[in-house]
Design a protein around this ligand. Structure first.
Ligand code: NYM
Ligand code: MG
Length: 218
């Protein structure tokens, strides 16, 4: 009996919706309270050379055409696949802030073809769990204009439409779970975290195969 591999868990959604806070809480909980080896990652990974270009682009220090930056975001995931695979196979659970779903939604929102956008990420490691943070009706995360490229109310609304379209139309999104991330008194941090933990516990319990599957191959 080999030891069980870790799970690949993805957090997705618009900017400033609480993914980072919640993924940190989850990672601390799994490692400290459940004794599960666990690491938190984020895409874009701005620490690599490709990630440095993406960071410069987001901070408007360089220009880049839409397809080129899309390919860089995708390449930034591909360059991490070997180390992610090795960690998962040795039993570490990975909690990842954004993945190929942001890749598609943000580029599609600029007018790029969805099929083309998706094709670059076909074959990445397939997640065991995807949690999409949805802002529900009491929208409060869109009342800002942030510093980085893409952080405008208008563009975030376009991205949200792409996330929603993709989620409701594609069988590839059938496994995506929606987290109501409304940040009001009814849905505070702890309530949202509890909901996330219950999804994660199910996923960890039901992890069957030791093999890693490939994204968007079926
Ligand atoms: N983003 C992120 C993309 O446009 N494509 C991608 O593939 C990924 C992973 O980068 N506004 C966008 C979404 C964000 C921005 O991400 C920076 P973060 O999580 O804010 O650092
Ligand atoms: Mg951001």
């Amino acid at each position: 009996m080999g030891s069980k591999r870790g799970a690949l868990i993805i957090f997705e959604g618009l900017d400033r919706i609480g993914k980072t806070t919640q993924s940190k809480l989850l990672c601390d909980y799994l490692s400290q309270d459940c004794n599960i080896r666990c690491e938190r990652l984020a895409f874009p990974d701005r620490t690599t050379q490709i990630g440095g270009l993406i960071d410069a682009y987001l901070q408007r220090k360089i220009e880049c055409n839409d397809r080129t930056i899309h390919l860089l975001f995708s390449a930034n995931r591909w360059e991490c696949m070997d180390s992610m695979r090795a960690k998962l196979l040795r039993g570490d659970t990975l909690i990842v802030d954004r993945y190929a779903y942001s890749g598609v939604a943000f580029s599609q929102a600029k007018g790029l073809d969805k099929t083309w956008c998706q094709s670059c990420d076909v074959g990445l490691i397939k997640p065991d769990l995807v949690l999409y943070f949805h802002r529900g009706k009491q929208a409060n995360c869109l009342s800002y204009t942030g510093e980085e490229r893409y952080e405008t109310k208008h563009f975030q609304e376009e991205v949200e439409t792409c996330f929603e379209q993709f989620r409701s139309s594609s069988h590839q999104w059938k496994d995506i779970n929606v987290i109501n991330a409304d940040n009001n008194q009814m849905r505070n941090r702890e309530t949202i975290q509890e909901e996330i933990r219950s999804y994660v516990k199910d996923t960890l319990k039901n992890l069957k195969s030791n093999d890693l599957e490939e994204l968007w191959k079926d």
